[in-house]
Design a protein around this ligand. Structure first.
Ligand SMILES: C[S@@+](CC[C@H](N)C(=O)[O-])C[C@H]1O[C@@H](n2cnc3c(N)ncnc32)[C@H](O)[C@@H]1O
Length: 109
């Protein structure tokens, strides 16, 4: 069953108040899960980049499969099988400047 990302419309409205994005807009999805929020952000604009953190390796495999299927390069989506407790190291590793951070701490059902 496909997981429906929670508050997706509200979060996108908050992150992207205007449909016009001038430069790169980088989001850290700290609990990427199946990638519901992540792929929706990437779909919003080609200027959006996502650093996805997910502790569950099976979910990470699924996100990578979906990334390849959608032909999204690792220049736009970097996926790490790590805990959000390592956010600082991960962001520093990517060298990207971050504009927004999402924690979806709900339970997937
Ligand atoms: C509600 S789900 C996220 C769903 C996701 N936003 C989506 O749209 O598909 C929460 C996710 O957080 C992950 N998680 C739990 N603890 C974590 C941690 N310390 N670091 C990173 N991910 C974690 C879980 O494995 C689960 O996949």
């Amino acid at each position: 069953m496909i997981h429906i990302p929670i508050f997706l419309r509200e979060i996108k409205k908050f992150f992207f108040p205007s449909s016009c994005i001038l430069g790169n807009f980088t989001i850290v999805d700290c609990t990427a899960g199946e990638g519901g929020h992540t792929f929706s952000f990437l779909d919003f604009s080609s200027k959006v980049r996502v650093i996805a953190l997910e502790i569950d390796s099976e979910q990470v495999v699924e996100i990578q499969k979906r990334r390849r299927k959608l032909n999204i390069s690792q220049e736009r989506l970097k996926v790490f099988n790590l805990s959000y407790s390592q956010i600082e190291e991960v962001v520093s590793f990517t060298g990207w400047t971050v504009e927004a951070i999402l924690f979806d701490l709900g339970i997937s059902s």
